[in-house]
Write a protein that binds this ligand. Sequence first.
Ligand code: PAF
Length: 285
Amino acid sequence: MNRFDSPQAAREWCRRGSRSGRSLGFVPTMGALHAGHLGLVRRAVAENDVACVSVFVNPLQFGDREDFDNYPRHFERDAELLESAGCAMVFRGTPADFFPEGDDLLREDPGPAACGLEGEQRPGHFAGVATVVKRLFEFVQPSQAYFGEKDFQQLLVIRDLAERLNGPVIVGCPIHREASGLASSSRNERLTAAERERAACIAEGLFAARECWQSGERNAQRLLMELRKRASNGALELEYAELRDPLNWSRGPLTGTVERAQALIAASLGKVRLIDNLRLDGTHS
Ligand code: PAF
């Protein structure tokens, strides 16, 4: 596996590959890789001639300096995992490598999918994500790019962005869950074993709402009540729980009778913020 310490070196490698007509699958990450990331990488490997990964903790998408500083980083371990997953190239770089022009004024419009939920709780977050993803696409010029559905709203923002840029095909991949149901996340590393167990009630709330749907409930308030009841746990601070139309984000929070629904939730456990979501009608978006 090739390893590069700058996106400029990675760009040269990608250009050589595209001149020889190979399809390139790309998985952008912030490192601290877990089973969910490796699932994306294996899929990118299986569906393309070659696959590559970026590891960059993007400062533009963090509002909170402490969260940025505490974000787990271990590149050597990540590189070993990527090699065993069949990745052909990994690259990283400094903020100055990614944004040589300076990043003060540089912000991509994240579009309408950035409204509400994460966009509201983390002002500027999606503009930071859209800015770095646009830059990553410019460096790599992938045929297909792979993102997890755990960051459901991010996936919508990136689909919009790729369409506007005439960029790669965006492949959304199902959430990987630990045995307890907890969605895999790099932030889980910062939870103690006991907190990890407690955090499983976030997924339990989502599963309870889906069971409710499966038994015929279609009222948004009652579905949400079920979600909140099961997800609430003394140790967790619930930030939001909402139902949205996965095919029409701009409809905003759903109320009344719903024909399809994505349940989305955010909660904090101590200093660790966790998000999760589930399509209640059981199909992938
Ligand atoms: O989902 C992530 O890990 C990040 O938001 C991404 C897409 C790599 C951009 O920094």
